[in-house]
Design a protein around this ligand. Structure first.
Ligand code: UDP
Length: 324
């Protein structure tokens, strides 16, 4: 079976491609390297350097390779940037996805897995969050992701596209057995920032708020290992092929950790001091985001295998010897 993966040079995409190849799939990575890393592309994968905004080129690639399925990771994903420059996000994420979805339905590739996000829930009504909760995005990035979910739904009704949209909670960690990991420039995410402080690359962690309604006052997130996410995408592909049915599914562990807990666990794992300072809340941060992941278990027979300690220690290994 052949899978076309957009964003296969990115953080989650590269971990997914590795697992696909280990499971005997053929892969085609479509990535223009605008935010991905050439070094992250698996040596056994075909690479097509193309922008999703180039409809003609994209259609040519899909017709040429005739994949059995498309898994779509490529997107811009900085919330702050999306607030400052929504045009960039609507163009790259919505127009790019539209081109991809249109090309795949035109050509008759009807199995589609989409990288979505828990930020679609906005400030959730209850915790843990299941898929029946109302979507209420509070930033342009999340708006683009919800728009794409809706586009997939409309293309299903009219053209028979089948899709699984996977709403990730906080992706973290790195593959312990290879040289791929998380590298964003600039880096907005907590665990890499904490580990950069442990390495002496930054002075301290600025903790955004300690007056939230949580046991220690700092925000709680559901951190999920990138290899667990990758494994869920393979299960989603199998589900699509077997059941020929579209679904929206949360991917999280069902457990939350506060910012202070992440810092404390990182100090234990690295043996280094991690200095921090409390600063103002970051706009748009909900106090607690934790997944109800029963649907993923029931439909995909998937459950996460990595603990928060595994997440931090695999990320630590990567950051100590970061390749890109
Ligand atoms: N956070 C923080 N300082 C930082 C980066 C993040 O206090 O320098 C907090 C942030 O407010 C959130 C949590 O850490 O509560 C996780 O943030 P991240 O950006 O990693 O993921 P998000 O939940 O925003 O997707």
């Amino acid at each position: 079976m052949k899978v076309l993966v957009t964003g296969g040079a990115g953080y989650i995409g590269s971990h997914f491609v590795k697992q696909l190849i280990e499971n005997g799939y053929k892969t085609v990575v479509v990535d223009n390297l605008s935010r991905g890393h050439k070094e992250a592309i698996h040596p056994d994968s075909v690479h097509e350097n193309a922008s999703l905004l180039d409809f003609k080129k994209l259609s040519g690639i899909i017709s040429n390779h005739k994949p059995d399925a498309i898994v779509h990771f490529a997107a811009f994903a900085y919330v702050g940037e999306s607030v400052k420059n929504p045009a960039l996000y609507y163009e790259n994420n919505v127009v790019g996805s539209f081109n991809l979805i249109r090309a795949s339905t035109d050509i008759g590739v009807n199995n589609f897995v989409f990288s979505s996000t828990c930020s679609i829930y906005g400030n959730p009504e209850k915790i843990p969050i299941d898929e029946t909760q109302k979507s209420n995005p509070i930033n342009p990035y999340a708006n683009t992701k919800l728009t794409i979910e809706k586009m997939l739904d409309d293309f299903e009704s009219a053209y028979g596209l089948r899709s699984v949209s996977l709403r990730y909670f906080n992706a973290a960690g790195a593959d312990p057995d290879s040289n791929i990991g998380e590298s964003h420039i600039p880096e907005p995410h907590l665990i890499p920032i904490v580990l950069q402080v442990a390495l002496g690359k930054r002075g301290k962690v600025f903790i955004y708020g300690n007056d939230y309604d949580t046991p220690d006052g700092t925000c709680i997130r559901d951190y999920i290992h990138v290899n667990d996410l990758a494994a869920a995408h393979i299960k989603a592909l199998e589900f699509l092929i077997e059941k020929n049915k579209s679904e929206i599914i949360n991917l999280g562990t069902g457990y939350g950790n506060s910012v202070l807990e992440i810092i404390q666990k990182s100090e234990e794992i690295t043996g280094r001091k991690v200095n921090y300072e409390f600063v103002e809340r970051r706009k748009g941060d909900p106090a607690v985001l934790v997944a109800d992941n029963k649907k993923a278990f029931n439909l995909l027979n998937w459950k996460p295998e990595y603990s928060i300690e595994d997440i931090i220690s695999s990320a630590w290994k990567w950051h100590q010897n970061q390749k890109y």
